[in-house]
Ligand binder design. Structure first.
Ligand code: RFL
Ligand code: PHB
Length: 381
């Protein structure tokens, strides 16, 4: 079998790249190790930058998004008696868009006409330094011009690069996020990020009838140590009183713990192999940047590949540096917001007072709110 671009991974980055290339008349095959239903069942991101939405429009998959997504002009931060509502639109002219990663994935899967192979076991990539890279899996092989490594943090593509050709930067955090999805109305119209003595909490949502909540929790804890009653009781304790009394609880329909990590691989290109999305970098979810960075990588990579097939190789040469310039800024923002809002017991009382002083400063300074808002709504491509 032969194709122009072999895409490894059917997460948002692989599917979006495949769709943009398909629209430009470029042949692609997507190889995904999991079943389609498994990929669709993963509950992950919920907040899209308007740049991501524009890319989905270009990919022709934004129709349902425009009918169902919620537009958020503000975002809330609560802390020790204070509550700040950051006027994203007033400060930047842009809102953020609440629409689940699951829905983005479904829209992209439904639109794709070219070949996707799910449950492809034992995927390996070969000869990406030469003119004729190859991909093999149990029972099949594929020749191609390029390989796009869109296979997430634990994928095979980054792992296939010889150690001396790649630099990895990593920071792990000593806690995770315990997430619950429930068919209950969101506690607040805006998303609320909560900095509390007992730990961080986040009130997010998927629709007017579906909520997504997160609690900072120790990495040592297991999901089955968190029956619904314990989760709701702990969330209520961390919320400001006005929200706690409004909280509507109900049975969880998904519950999971995700570790927090900052990670960047440099560079993103190795001969004819290009990494994009979580395969190349991870941010802690606090800034809601992971899916949006996957989209901006795909913006740069898709236009570079389209230019290549029109005879211009320049974009492929600069893909890594252009994508990474944006990645590092989002890494900084996500790291900063994580440090500002989470409980770090090892930082002691002084560390906590520094957080509160910064939150008070943020509450009283338009300049500081502007810096937060322009990063949260997404830096320009
Ligand atoms: P994905 O989604 O991990 O997809 C990679 C795909 O590759 C497949 N794969 C392989 N296929 C073939 N062969 C192999 N050897 C393979 N190994 C892996 C996998 O099965 C998978 O289908 O990466 P992608 O496409 O780069 O997309 C990245 C996003 O999924 C991720 O950044 C976001 O979900 C991060 N994230 C958030 N991002 C936001 O922008 N806003 C948010 O609000 C937000 N919230 C979150 C998040 C991530 C979270 N978790 C669980 C990590 C909240 C959470 C809790
Ligand atoms: C989510 O709704 O899953 C979500 C929202 C905002 C974040 C992270 C996750 O910062």
């Amino acid at each position: 079998m032969r194709t122009q671009v072999a895409i490894i991974g059917a997460g948002p980055s692989g599917l979006l790249l495949g769709r943009l290339l398909e629209l430009a008349g470029i042949d692609t095959v997507i190889l995904e190790s999991r079943a389609r239903e498994y990929v669709l069942g993963r509950i992950r991101a919920g907040v899209l930058e308007s740049g991501t939405v524009e890319l989905l429009e270009r990919a022709g998959v934004a129709q349902r998004l425009h009918e169902e997504a919620l537009i958020h002009d503000t975002c809330g931060i609560a802390y020790a008696g204070g509550h700040l509502s950051v006027d994203l639109r007033g400060l930047t002219g842009k809102p953020v868009i609440v629409y689940g990663q699951t829905e983005v994935t479904k829209d992209l899967m439904d639109a794709r006409e070219a070949l996707s192979m799910y449950e492809a076991a034992g995927v390996q990539i070969h000869d990406f330094d030469g003119e004729r890279p190859r991909v093999t899996w149990t029972g099949g092989s594929l020749e191609c011009d390029f390989i796009a490594g869109c296979d997430g943090f634990h994928g095979v593509c980054r792992a296939s690069v010889p150690a001396e050709r790649i630099r990895l930067y990593e920071k792990t955090y000593p806690f995770g996020w315990l997430g619950v999805l429930s068919d209950t109305p969101p506690v607040s119209e805006e998303l609320v990020y909560v900095s509390h003595e007992r730990g961080f909490a986040l009130c997010s949502q998927r629709s007017r009838t579906r909520s997504r909540y997160y609690l900072q929790c120790p990495l040592s804890e297991q999901v089955d140590e968190w029956p619904d009653e314990r989760f709701w009781a702990e969330l209520r304790r961390r919320l400001p009183e006005a929200l706690a009394t409004r909280l509507v609880t109900g049975p969880s329909i998904e519950k999971s713990i995700a570790p927090l990590r900052s990670f960047v691989a440099e560079p993103l290109s190795f001969g004819r192999l290009f990494l994009a999305g979580d395969a190349a970098h991870i941010v802690p979810p606090t800034g809601a940047k992971g899916l949006n960075l996957a989209a901006s990588d795909v913006h740069y990579l898709s236009s570079a590949l389209i230019d290549f097939y029109k005879g211009n190789e320049e974009g492929l040469k600069t893909y890594s540096s252009r994508a990474l310039a944006r990645v590092w800024k989002a890494e900084r923002f996500s790291w900063w917001l994580t440090k500002l809002l989470h409980l770090f017991p090892e930082e002691g009382q002084f560390g906590r007072r520094m957080q509160l002083a910064e939150l008070e400063y943020l509450a009283g300074s338009r300049a500081a709110q502007m810096a937060l808002a322009e990063n949260y709504v997404g830096l320009p491509y």
